[in-house]
Every structure is written in C-alpha cells, then in structure tokens.
Design a protein. Structure first.
Length: 513
C-alpha cells in the first residue's frame, strides 16, 4: 500500500465519520431497481430466526462468497471487498448463479466500511438474500490477534467494528455481524477468547447506543469446529454464552461453527447414516445452548466421489438435512456452504489449471473461473459450475419450507450456560480508549422503498441473565452515550476523523515496516 492510498482511505474515512454522525454519504442515494425493495428484517426468538413482520421461521440456505480472480495483483488477494458499488462489474455477473443456486443468505468475509454497498445490498434484497457481515479482515488492526488477553484486542479493531456497524446496520437484509472467524484455530487456542468476548460486548453495547437511529443487528462469531477432550464443543458454546462482569452484552447473540464432518457422500444417503452429524447435533443437545447455532461454513472435501471426470464432488445432502430433519432443525438454524468459487491461490497443486479436475485439499469452490489467467480487470473471469453446484442447488431448492411461526413457537430451552473451567478466568479486556462514533441515520433506497425505517422494534426475544451495561470508552462498565460524548457538531466530526486518520497512517507504517 502506498501512502497516497492511505491518505485516500483517510479521506474516505472522514466521509464515513461524517456519515456516522448523521449525514451519511449514501443516505440520499437511490438504487435503480425493477423488483421488490427491502426484505423484512429478521429477529431472534429463543434459538431460531424469524421474519420480523410475517413471523415465518427463516432457515439459512447460504453460500460463502469470495470471488477471487485466478491471477493479478488487485483481485488475486486476501481481504478484498467484493461487495462495493465500484465492484459491480465483478459481482453482478454472479447474481444469476446465486439465483440458480437457491440461496437466501450470503456470507461476506471482508468489507470496507468507507465505501458504499447500496447497489449489491439492494440487488440481494430483491432476490430474497440476507447477509452475514464479517467485521475482521487480514490487515493491521483488523482482527483479534493470536495473543493472550488483553494484548489480542487492539483499539483499531473496535474502531473498525463501529464503522462496519454503521455502514451495514442500515440495510434491512443484514442478518448478523460476526466479530471473528476461527480465532480458536491459532496457537493460543482459547487464550485470545477473552478478546473476542470483549469485542462482542463492545459491539453489542455500541448497537445499544445507536438504537434510536439504527436497527439492532444480532452480534455473534464463527468458530472452527474444535472438539477435543480439553476443549469440547460445549465449552465453546458455554464460554460465549456465559455472563461476565454481570453484563448481558458479554454474551453472543448467535454462535457459528464451521463443521466439516459429513465426509462420505457415497454411502451416507440419509441423515441416519451420518454419524459425524449425529455426534455434532448430539453435542449441541447436551450443551443446551438457548440461542441460534449456525453452520458458518460446511462442506467436507476429504472425499472420494467423481462426477463427469471431476473428482472430489460433494452431494450436499447435509444442506437438505439441516433444514428438514427434525433433530437438526431443532439445534441448527442452517448454514453456509463453503464456497462459491475456487481460490486458485489456495490450491495445493500450484501447477493445476481449470477445471482443476483432480482432488486437491485446497479446492472448495462449487465452481471455478476461466480463463486460467483471468484477473477481473483486463481479462474478465467467467464462472463455470461443477457438478456439485447442481447438487447444492437441488438441496436448497428442494427443501420443504418451515411452517413454524414466531407467535406460536415456545423455546424448549432457555438456560444461560456457565463459563467453562477449561477457559481463561481472567477479566475481559476493557473497552479500548477510542472515540465512540456517532450513529448513522441513513435510509438507503431500493426500488422506491427506504431501509432502516425501524419496522421491527423487538429484535430479540431471548433469555437473559444480567442487565446490559452502557458503553464507556476505556472501561468495562459505567454509563455513557455516543451522542452525549460526541456531539453532532463539526468539532465532533473533526475529532473522530483525525482519530481515524491516525489509525490509517499507523496501519500504513505497520505494513511497510
């Protein structure tokens, strides 16, 4: 990254800061559409998602979406935000494939909160698609570090999280925010967990301060599916559900796992055949977790199954089971298949060329891009489906819709879990000493309809075990309000913008050092 790029980012950040303080860059923009406008916001009751207006249960039929190019310095990279208005030439050609796939959810891994996402979010909403938005990315200060608390929680991470909340909570089709992906895969395993939990606390508290102008979006996380004698699945659920410091906001509002346990497509033809899934769901049942569990990623590729001369083809029967089998629908809200397209950079065989027909431990895409040297820039990338694409589409489009209604649903479990003994007992890190951003009041327009109009006033109907503490920068409790601590005048905008400029410059020097 050049310094000019950092200054450009800082300039955009200044706009974002002003946006957060009540004059958002996209507030008056209108997206030209031909279909329906914004989807109804989703709400949580107990351990299930429901349409906040109709009351229908929402079952997640999702895909992880990261359309990385095969080559090129700009688009063959980690942490590219593919979802911005300026990326329309890349994401728009994929919409037809998403429609054919029958997905209703898209998982986003890295976003730039300084840029507009109005166009894609509107198009997805017209297609009936919600999104999970990741708050972390691979850049300095953009993720929880693989270090013991409190070192793992940087001030920049909380600033970034506030900006992302402001940028995306304005869209009614945002299903949830994930504060981190597989932080438990690091060398420290559970050592950084207090930082993840602290970030959940702070983002939830920040959402509370914005409740008068922004829809409250559920905050959760995505864990690797670690199940060992020292750290069983119940421990991960328990740690992120238990109350710390007598503060309800220290609890995740949903928890995602990335389980790759269904790895025998040739003989596992029914749910009863899948011992891995049955063990997984059995563990969830024993734990008694009372909020939604989501498969953040799924789709084991350690398999032997060749279709049309393409090895390693998944049947994706689990995508159907998780939304139809009674045992699974009781404990899992659905999930996101991993992933939309092959990331050539992740292949083990660096000499492989499309269609990458041989089995490869790095090939997860249900489709791939051609030609081999496409870069999304001078050489367009064209999407090609694998046979397993149609398998997933069949599972999603052939799934029977749920008949459950929010009004008649009574959760069978409501107990708040206790903190497990195999996790750190240390206090959570305090809220970082950074400016608390003002809250956006943007109402992006899609086909003549405005989002963020507070159609839903009760986003959560769940068991609680403690009061919510208010957000205080640099503390773990107390009382403050973002609109009190940051006035809506010009001085507040300048203060926030300067602080974020410092973050951007610090990130630049961290990169070039």
């Amino acid at each position: 990254m050049h310094l000019s790029s950092v200054l450009a980012l800082a300039a955009a950040t200044s706009v974002a800061a002003q946006s957060a303080l009540g004059t958002p860059a996209s507030a008056n923009s209108t997206v030209s559409t031909t279909g329906a406008g914004w989807l109804n916001p989703l709400v949580i009751k107990g351990y299930k998602f429901f349409d906040g207006v109709t009351g229908d249960e929402f079952r997640i039929k999702g895909i992880s979406f990261y359309p990385r190019a095969n080559t090129g310095k700009n688009f063959d990279a980690n942490s590219v935000d593919w979802f911005t208005d300026e990326m329309e030439s890349i994401w728009r050609p994929q919409l037809a494939q998403l429609k054919a796939l029958g997905v209703n959810t898209l998982r986003m891994y890295a976003v730039d909160p300084t840029k507009s996402h109005d166009k894609l979010m509107c198009e997805l909403s017209k297609m009936g698609i919600y999104v999970f938005v990741g708050m972390s990315a691979v850049c300095p200060g953009c993720y929880i570090l693989d270090e013991p608390a409190p070192t793992c929680y940087s001030p920049e991470m909380f600033t970034r999280a506030q900006m992302i909340y402001n940028a995306f909570a304005v869209y009614d089709n945002v299903l949830g925010f994930s504060v981190g992906n597989e932080n438990n895969l690091g060398k420290k395993i559970e050592k950084s967990a207090p930082c993840v939990k602290a970030l959940i606390r702070d983002v939830r508290a920040y959402g509370d301060t914005c409740a008068s102008s922004l829809r409250q979006v559920p905050i959760g996380l995505d864990n690797a599916d670690i199940d060992t004698p020292s750290h069983p699945r119940a421990s991960w659920l328990g740690y992120y559900d238990c109350v710390k410091n007598n503060d309800e906001n220290t609890r995740a509002e949903w928890i995602g796992f990335n389980p790759y346990v269904e790895c025998d497509p040739t003989t596992h033809l029914t749910y009863a055949d899948s011992k891995g899934l049955q063990k997984l769901v059995g563990d969830y049942k024993k734990a008694g977790y009372s909020r939604p569990i989501v498969f953040g990623e799924f789709g084991c590729i350690d398999i032997t199954n060749t279709i049309n001369n393409i090895e390693q083809q998944r049947t994706f029967l689990e995508a159907k089971w998780m939304n139809e089998e009674a045992e699974m629908t009781e404990y899992v809200s659905g999930g996101n298949a991993f992933e939309y397209s092959v990331e050539k950079a992740n292949l083990i065989d660096k000499t492989a060329t499309p269609p990458y027909a041989k089995k490869d431990a790095g090939r997860y895409g249900i489709g791939y891009f051609t030609p081999d040297n496409c870069d999304h820039d001078t050489i367009p990338c064209v999407y090609n489906k694998y046979p397993e694409f149609d398998n997933l589409a069949k599972a999603y489009t052939g799934t029977k819709p749920s008949t459950l209604k929010k009004e008649t649903f009574t959760p069978a479990r409501s107990t708040v879990m206790t903190c497990p003994a195999d996790f750190p007992t240390v206090d959570l890190p305090p809220t970082p000493k950074v400016p608390i951003l003002g809250c956006s009041n943007a109402q992006p327009v899609c086909n003549g309809g405005a989002s963020n109009k507070k159609k839903v006033t009760t986003p959560l109907d769940v068991a609680t075990a403690a009061p919510k503490k208010k957000l205080v920068s640099g503390a773990s409790g107390g009382s403050s309000n973002s609109k009190d601590s940051n006035s809506t005048g010009e001085n507040a905008v300048a203060t926030t913008s300067i602080a974020l400029l410092s973050v951007a410059i610090a990130a630049f020097f961290a990169i070039v050092a």
